[in-house]
Design a protein around this ligand. Structure first.
Ligand code: GAL
Length: 714
């Protein structure tokens, strides 16, 4: 396997490996050694080329402080290696051993109420702790030098899903590190007092040592600047924790690839040092975890959304954990992928940018907190349908990997994403409004259902391949992005800005200019004269307060009575009337700017709500409200169609997803049936289905959960 130096982070970046990684996380420490060889043989037969191991095995690598023992894993790596399977090793810092937490209890996280984490599960150690960091460097050094010359260890995963169980800590050492971070960031206490607005509620400090960690509602709200900096600090600390490990691994063997597997995406700034340190990122895909949450739109749509979000950070990625069967921990369980669906879900990951897939896990555990998390093989050691499906998938991908590697996912519509500051800025002061991602999800879902090539992209990325860019309510719009978006528009792109854009600076201060700030006002031809809240159906203005209080002590009465839901605001766009959601803005419009949508009732009647300004070859649209499913659909029909954003396949049947992976010389169209019954796709363009090597064109029948990968005739 060959590893190239990674290119700079970009959604358009393919993986820097020439191997398509196929396999499963594997836990030889959970399996009787007499089964290992059969496991390896079955894996090889199924087409596995890689396993991942070790992420929870620190207690085996270092059973006593300073005494290392690699025998078990050395034997496991050899057995697999003899079957032609390479190993990705993990730094095992998600589960420090008991001797460590007993001898150094100061490494344990402390929750917001001052309770210290106990030993006995995972992610109990605080990655901001200098003591824990020293141990993390120690175990990484020991493992790296042990595996330095073992050609069967091909790469590394850092830790495991950092911050997924918990990202915060309120330990005394966390507070000290936070103070150091602030001192480094601000230099003087006066600069910090200005940034956090110290004259509001007497939150000014004389010295960095007086600063506390921000606790929600203790008893009222901390400053948004304080909260934002706490999360910036957590992200910087997480990156530093990982950087320690990366530094050791790179210095030991520069041929190893290094990645991290993302889980819940909390307090990690992937486009910062965290992502720049890695070869690529990895994303664990468990779409069925979200089925029981209302309004997700189904697990297929959720999976596509998660993959597109993830790709925005750094381009193509691997999926080191792709759901194979029913998943559970003691407090929950997921649905089970039906026959064919495990392969379809894996194919969806490939269709949206995965250049490596590993099914979680090779075999299920017989003990511990995930005994009903099913793997490829069953508990009784019998390979059944999940083995057959994994095997089919691995062989199919092996056969077409050369066509896939080197391609990236086409996007006609980009949604601004992957920006840590904007994501956090919303959370510091949400006032019940949807987050940028919640709003963008409505547009993404509409595009997904209609086969429009839509994904997420950061404004600092290469925008030139897009036809349109939607910016979902980024309050912390930064001036350094203005030139890039203006060039994008002048060259023919459509930029869509939305309510509240650009209203705060990097300290979370409200800007002193008229919204959306001079630069965006000039670009869009719009200034906001007034904004106001639209009460959601069944809404209660105090509900978010009660909900947050529940994190402390107060548990709200449920359900809360709704208040003034009758005060509705309407606007007209095209020949349709819409009910506004969440917020109205009244717009003052420059003479060269066209009014597309107008408020149509109450005191706002007749005032502009949605506008469009032509600039160069393109245009800037401003939407003075939040999306609803109806508005998202109309924006696509009225605005985006004119920008050339149209479905990849006309008349896409319900439940069918389509995407394109492309390189200069080829286009692969993935068409996947996410439903349990067969479907006919009417207008498939001519090409060869790489999975069957058969020509396709026109109407094509897909079986339940069926997939085709069409190499389009160019
Ligand atoms: C992931 C995690 C794995 C395993 C899996 C199933 O989030 O990385 O270690 O716990 O979920 O729960």
């Amino acid at each position: 396997m060959h590893r190239k130096t990674p290119a700079p982070l970009s959604v358009w970046r393919p993986l820097n490996l020439d191997r398509f990684l196929l396999g499963a996380p594997h836990y030889p420490e959970h399996v009787d050694e007499s089964w290992w060889r059969r496991d390896a043989e079955r894996m090889a037969t199924a087409g596995v080329n890689t396993v991942r191991m070790g992420e929870f095995a620190w207690h085996i690598f270092e059973p006593h402080e300073g005494k290392f023992c690699f025998d078990l894993f050395d034997r496991a790596i050899d057995v697999l290696g003899e079957a032609g399977i390479g190993t990705i090793m993990c730094t095992p810092t998600a589960t420090p051993p008991r001797w460590l937490t007993a001898n150094y209890p100061e490494v344990l996280r402390v929750d917001v109420n001052g309770r210290s984490a106990g030993h006995g599960s995972r992610q109990h150690a605080d990655t901001t702790s200098p003591v824990f960091r020293a141990h993390s460097r120690r175990i990484t050094r020991a493992m790296a030098s042990h595996y330095k010359d073992n050609p069967r260890v091909i790469g590394w995963q850092t830790d495991n899903e950092l911050n997924t169980t918990v990202s915060e800590s309120f330990a005394p050492s966390t507070r000290l590190e936070f103070q150091k971070y602030l001192q480094k960031t601000y230099g003087t206490i006066d600069a910090l007092n200005f940034a956090w607005g110290g004259n509001f509620w007497a939150t000014a400090y004389d010295d960095f040592s007086q600063i506390e960690l921000p606790r929600p509602l203790m008893p009222s709200y901390p400053s948004p600047g304080h909260v934002q900096d706490y999360h910036r600090f957590l992200a910087a600390a997480t990156a530093a924790f990982q950087h320690d490990q990366v530094e050791v691994l790179r210095a030991t063997n520069p041929d190893w690839f290094i990645f991290h597997n993302l889980g819940q995406l909390a307090d990690i700034d992937f486009r910062g040092q965290f992502g720049q340190d890695l070869d690529f990122i990895a994303f664990d895909i468990y779409p069925m975890l979200y089925d029981e949450m209302r309004r997700t739109g189904g697990h297929a749509a959720t999976q596509a959304l998660h993959l597109d979000i993830c790709r925005a950070y750094s381009g193509n990625f691997i999926v080191p954990e792709q759901a194979a069967g029913l998943g559970s921990q003691p407090g929950f369980s997921t649905m089970t992928p039906e026959p064919g669906e495990m392969r379809r879900m894996a194919m969806t990951s490939v269709a949206r940018g995965a250049d490596g897939i590993m099914f979680f896990r090779w075999r299920p555990a017989h003990f511990g907190a995930e005994i009903y998390w099913m793997g490829v093989i069953d508990h009784d050691d019998v390979p059944r349908r999940r083995y057959d499906e994994a095997s089919r998938f691995f062989h199919e991908i092996t056969a077409i990997k050369d066509q896939i590697l080197g391609t990236v996912v086409r996007m006609d519509l980009g949604i601004a994403g992957a920006d840590f500051d904007n994501q956090e800025a919303h959370k510091t002061y949400p006032i019940g409004l949807p987050s940028p991602l919640e709003d963008a999800t409505l547009l993404h879902r509409h595009c997904y259902r209609n086969g429009i090539a839509c994904g997420f992209i950061h404004p600092e990325d290469d925008l030139s391949r897009l036809k349109a860019l939607y910016v979902p309510h980024w309050v912390m719009w930064k001036d350094q992005w203005n030139d890039a978006v203006e060039t994008f528009v002048r060259n023919g792109g459509t930029l869509i800005l939305s309510a509240m854009s650009g209203t705060r600076d990097e300290n979370n201060h409200i800007i002193r200019e008229q919204a959306p700030g001079n630069a965006l006002a000039t670009l869009s031809g719009v200034r906001v004269t007034e904004f106001g809240r639209v009460v959601p159906e069944g809404g209660n203005g105090l509900f978010p307060l009660f909900r947050q209080a529940a994190m402390g002590a107060y548990v709200p009465p449920s359900p809360l009575p709704s208040s003034s839901a009758e005060r509705k605001y309407h606007f007209a766009l095209g020949n349709r009337q819409f009910e506004a959601a969440h917020l109205y803005e009244l717009l003052e419009v420059a003479p060269d700017t066209e009014v597309l949508g107008v408020w149509s009732n109450r005191f706002c009647a007749g005032q502009p709500a949605i506008t469009s300004r032509s600039l160069g070859q393109g245009r800037v649209v401003y939407i003075g409200t939040y999306l609803t499913p109806e508005l998202a659909e109309t924006i696509v029909d009225v605005v985006l169609a004119k920008a050339g954003v149209t479905p990849l396949l006309p008349e896409l049947p319900a439940g069918v997803e389509v995407s394109i992976r492309e390189a200069k010389d080829r286009q692969l169209m993935f068409i996947l049936n996410t439903r349990e019954s067969p479907v006919t796709i009417p207008n498939v363009p001519p090409g060869i289905d790489l999975l069957t090597s058969r020509p396709v064109a026109g109407a094509v029948e897909l079986e339940a959960y069926g997939c085709i990968v069409v190499l389009l005739s160019l």
